[in-house]
Design a protein around this ligand. Structure first.
Ligand code: HEC
Length: 104
């Protein structure tokens, strides 16, 4: 029940994945993280620079570990944020989301 309450709250709060730590990775979370400024402190989101696959052309060429490294570089660099653990649901969701983009 506690978990359910957390999920319901997600609907009203823009960024909540770290609140619900046990959350499973999903495309939906990845998309939300990609579009939120709250991953960093620079007022930018991933989407600020990467609209319409801008600069994401080579995503298909990277394996998961490489993507994690690159994503964390973009978080620590332009976003001025705190890097994500490679095993976290947040990071796995971002990887899922980026991989889903390549097929479009
Ligand atoms: C200030 C702009 C900026 C922001 C914000 C940003 N990036 Fe990037 N990103 C870049 C640039 C520049 C590159 C290098 C692109 C190149 O070499 O062609 C890059 C490269 C990448 C790549 C490698 C793509 C490739 O085809 O080689 C991935 C994946 C990526 N970014 C994901 C992210 C994610 C996820 C976020 C949000 C957490 C993010 N980026 C935020 C500018 C940004």
């Amino acid at each position: 029940m506690k978990k359910l309450a957390g999920l319901v709250m997600c609907g009203s709060i823009v960024w909540c994945s770290s609140v619900t730590g046990a959350e499973a990775p999903s495309l939906e979370i990845g998309k939300r993280l990609f579009n939120t400024e709250k991953l960093g402190t620079s007022g930018k989101s991933c989407a600020t620079c990467h609209t319409n696959l801008n600069k994401l052309a080579s995503v298909a060429a990277y394996d998961e570990d490489e993507l994690v490294t690159i994503i964390n570089q973009c978080i620590a660099g332009p976003l001025k944020g705190v890097t994500l653990d490679s095993r976290s649901a947040d990071m796995k969701s971002l990887v899922l989301y980026l991989k889903s983009l390549k097929t479009k």
